[in-house]
Design a protein around this ligand. Sequence first.
Ligand SMILES: Nc1nc2c(ncn2[C@@H]2O[C@H](COP(=O)(O)OP(=O)(O)O)[C@@H](O)[C@H]2O)c(=O)[nH]1
Ligand SMILES: [Mg+2]
Length: 391
Amino acid sequence: MLIAIIGGPNKGKSTLFNALTLGNAQVANYPFTTIDPNRGVAFASAVCPHVRLGRQCNPNNSKCEEGIRKIPINVLDVAGLVEGAHEGKGMGNQFLSDVAASDCIILVADASGSTDPDGNPIAPGTADVLQDIEIIETELDAWYLDVFKRNALKARGKKIEDFANLLSGLKITMDDLNYVVRVLELNPQDVWSWEKEDMKEAAKIIRERTKPIVIAANKIDSEFAEKNVLKLKEFYGKKYGIFPIAADSELALRKANEKGMVKYNGKTFEISMPSMPAQLISALEKINKNIIEKYGSTGVQALLDNCVFSLLNQIVVYPVEDEVHFANHFGKVLPDAILLKNGSKSIDLAGKIHSDLAAHMLHAVDAEKKMRIAKDAVLHDGQIVKIVSTK
Ligand SMILES: Nc1nc2c(ncn2[C@@H]2O[C@H](COP(=O)(O)OP(=O)(O)O)[C@@H](O)[C@H]2O)c(=O)[nH]1
Ligand SMILES: [Mg+2]
């Protein structure tokens, strides 16, 4: 799974990326700091079943911190998009193609209203935050349309399946194409024959299906943020999830936590260093007062979890080989946390572990209920499952 962090320059994308990954993408107050896309690993969080089982777990593909299972997710810090990017403006459409392989998008807006669409710093509260969304939507749609047109030409006289193949790099499938053919009543025999307007509409609908978006309303420490978050909710609240976040506060807290200066649980923190410089204490107090007391948290983890579990509709299941001890064959308890699309069946879990396992699967067992589950039984979030096969 890959989540792309996109938005105009200077909205706080790299700060968010760093906060999520504690990586080292460069952060600076000028446009196009990120010359190359940065890839990193963030962690989605779910309550670990070890808590209800009353056993210690031994994570293998994930980690567990104080009862919270952290599941790795790839994130991509994409360089700032400006108007006309799909035509090569700014850093050009190379950045758009970096987004191609992503499963969803975190679109970062500057709720402090202190950066113009090109990323130039302006007086706080004066920028139109809605533009942060509009411009990106327009660029994404224009980019998809370009790709559609180019490939429709290549698919001229061929089947729609060939067109789907050409578009597979954008994670577009036949399901998506069948959907637009149905809703727009298009001719599936010849994609090249589609009217201009239909092509545009099809590209837009498929863009929305294949690159779902959540909005990160960043810089909520600003005095202008509340107003802009409301504005975003008013204009885009029906279409997108809007998450107020403080990326640089989250980054500061995670760093302080790493250095042992604070104990940060992802929501609240306690100072754990006895003699901390007064300046640091006052910075932390500010975060506490302006962000945590007001919003409950910096919003960063909630944003990521929302992407994975709501936007991408994933559940976490825990495969085991020994259903008595909830362990693998090495005796490791709840070693793996596997993300699956909500509605997945036990055979889908088998397939995700190994195609061989799916091929020789007989049935599965719910390890907690000690009950047999059929191959086509739908799994539920947090379920601990043993796959039984002939091999
Ligand atoms: N006030 C405030 N500034 C932030 C926040 N997050 C990032 N910034 C600042 O915004 C500027 C641009 O950040 P950066 O992450 O480089 O933006 P990018 O160009 O979108 O990657 C930097 O000066 C950051 O320190 C935040 O939550 N609050
Ligand atoms: Mg950046």
